[in-house]
Design a protein around this ligand. Structure first.
Ligand code: ADP
Ligand code: MG
Length: 311
C-alpha cells in the first residue's frame, strides 16, 4: 500500500566532508529511490552537523584574515548547509530515479522553522557549535558579542547555543504543494533555519533545532502516515552497549515512555529519535514511526526489520 512518508536522514547518510558526502549520497539515493519506486510519497529531511561546522570554520578563517569581516550568523550558515546538502542529495536522487526509469523531479526547499522566544532552552544553551577557542578568545567573544561559551569535554572552548523545540515550519505550503504534485522534496535540513517572528519579520536566531524533532513536526504537518528515522543502527536497544542488550522490534507509547524514564537512550543521539518517534506516533490514529539503518529502509517499511514505535 502506498504511504506518505517523511524520512529523516542521519549523519551516516551524508558523510563528514566533501568527498565522503559525494559517495554517501549515492548510497542514500538508492535507499530513497527504493521507496519512491514502491509508490510511496517521500519527503526528506536531514542533519547538518559536520557541514554547518565546515561552513562556520571557513568563515572563522576568513574573519581571522579579514578583521573587518562581519561575523556570519549561525542561521545563515544553516541556510548555506541546506543549499550545499540539498544540491548533492537532489542530484544524486534525480540520477538514481532516472537510472530506474522514474521521471520524477526532486526539489530542495530552503526551510525556516519558527521557534518560540520563550522556549526554556534559551535559558540553558547547551549545544556546542563551531570551532574551538582558547579560554581567553572565548571570554572575549562572550564579552563582545554576548555569546554563551563553555568548555567542551576537555577539548577547548566553544560557543554554545540553545536547542529549542520547533514550533512551526514557515515554508510548509511550498513543501506540501511540491509533494502533492508528485515531486520528492528535501526540507527542514539541519532541523531548519531557526527564526523567530517579529511581526511580519522573521529574524534568524543563534540556535540549533534538533533534526529529529523538526522531522516529527514536518511529518505531523504534512499528515504523513510514517516517520522513518534512518540512522547508524538497525534497531533501538535497551541496555545498549551492555552484554545483555536487547534489540527492540516494537515499542508502544507506554514502553517508550518507560525506557525514556529509565535512561535507556543516550541524550543527543538515540533519545531525541525515540522522543520524536513517540511524538509523531501519538499525534494521530494509524500513524507510526520506524527507526532503522539507512540501507534497511525498504525492509523496514515492509515490516521486516527496524524498531517500530506506535502511539
Ligand atoms: P544520527 O546522525 O543518525 O542522528 P546519532 O549518532 O545522533 O545519529 O544517533 C544514533 C546513535 O545512537 C547510534 O549509532 C548509537 O550509537 C546511539 N545509541 C545510543 N543509545 C542507543 C540505544 N539505546 N539503542 C541504539 N542506539 C543507541
Ligand atoms: Mg543525531
Amino acid at each position: 500500500m502506498s504511504k506518505r512518508i517523511v524520512i529523516a536522514l542521519g549523519g551516516n547518510a551524508l558523510g563528514k566532508n566533501l568527498s565522503e558526502q559525494m559517495t554517501a549520497v549515492r548510497q542514500t539515493a538508492k535507499a530513497i529511490a527504493d521507496l519512491v519506486e514502491d509508490g510511496h510519497e517521500v519527503v526528506l529531511s536531514h542533519g547538518n552537523g559536520p557541514q554547518v561546522g565546515m561552513i562556520q570554520n571557513a568563515f572563522a578563517a576568513y574573519e581571522r584574515a579579514e578583521p573587518k569581516a562581519e561575523r556570519m550568523p549561525l542561521s545563515v550558515c544553516v541556510a548555506m548547509s541546506q543549499g550545499y546538502i540539498g544540491y548533492d542529495l537532489q542530484n544524486a536522487l534525480r540520477e538514481e530515479l532516472r537510472n530506474r526509469g522514474i521521471q520524477k523531479d526532486v526539489a530542495t526547499v530552503l526551510t525556516q522553522v519558527e521557534v518560540s522566544p520563550d522556549d526554556p532552552a534559551f535559558y540553558h544553551p547547551s549545544k556546542p557549535i563551531g570551532g574551538f577557542m582558547t579560554e581567553e578568545e572565548a571570554k572575549q567573544l562572550a564579552a563582545e558579542k554576548g555569546f554563551t561559551v563553555a568548555e567542551d569535554a576537555g577539548r577547548g572552548w566553544r560557543q554554545v547555543v540553545a536547542s529549542p523545540k520547533p514550533a512551526a515550519i514557515v515554508e510548509l505550503g511550498a513543501v506540501r504543494a511540491l509533494a502533492r504534485a508528485g515531486q520528492v522534496v528535501i526540507a527542514c535540513g539541519g532541523g531548519g533555519i531557526p527564526v523567530k517572528a517579529e511581526g511580519n519579520h522573521l529574524k534568524g536566531v543563534p540556535a540549533v533545532i534538533d533534526k529529529d524533532f523538526a522531522s516529527a513536526l514536518l511529518a505531523k504537518s504534512l499528515d504523513a502516515d510514517v516517520l522513518i528515522i534512518l540512522t547508524a543502527v538497525e534497531k533501538v536497544a535497551i541496555r545498549y552497549g551492555k552484554p545483555d542488550a536487547e534489540w527492540l522490534s516494537h515499542m508502544n507509547a507506554a514502553e517508550a515512555r518507560r525506557y525514556i524514564a529509565e535512561g535507556q537512550f543516550a541524550p543527543g543521539s538515540m533519545l531525541p529519535k525515540v522522543e520524536a518517534a513517540l511524538d509523531f506516533a501519538e499525534s494521530g490514529a494509524g500513524r507510526y514511526a520506524l527507526i532503522t539503518l539507512l540501507e534497511k529502509a525498504r525492509d523496514g517499511i515492509d515490516g521486516k526489520t527496524g524498531t517500530v514505535v506506535e502511539g
